[in-house]
Design a binder for this molecule. Sequence first.
Ligand code: 5GP
Length: 111
Amino acid sequence: MSTLFSKIIDGELDAEFIYQDEHLVVIKDIYPKAPVHVLMIPRKPIINLDDLNQEDEALMGYMMMKVPQIAASLGLESGYRTIINTGKGGGQEVFHLHIHILGGGTSLPFV
Ligand code: 5GP
């Protein structure tokens, strides 16, 4: 299934890329809820945490290890918030797994 984020990853839709490698991309959120608000998205079109398979274990570990590197590159030395919304009941709007990374503010939202 093609999602909004798949189209961004495939270059069919525009986005401001912060970082990309063979496993994931990081883009700026188009409607930022904090001074810094980016989305880390695996290239693999996993729907959400409920869609994970055993084969995704290394990818998820890779993503988590990449978060502090991205946060540091964005100047978030004092800290940041990470959020993964899962399913409609969890507030998920785009059904392609992504990690919100938010920071730079005194009061951060829960997205
Ligand atoms: P979710 O609610 O699924 O966890 O988060 C989806 C996020 O995608 C929201 O924070 C929303 O602002 C962001 N978003 C929605 N459409 C676009 C878009 O076209 N481009 C970008 N860069 N972000 C988007």
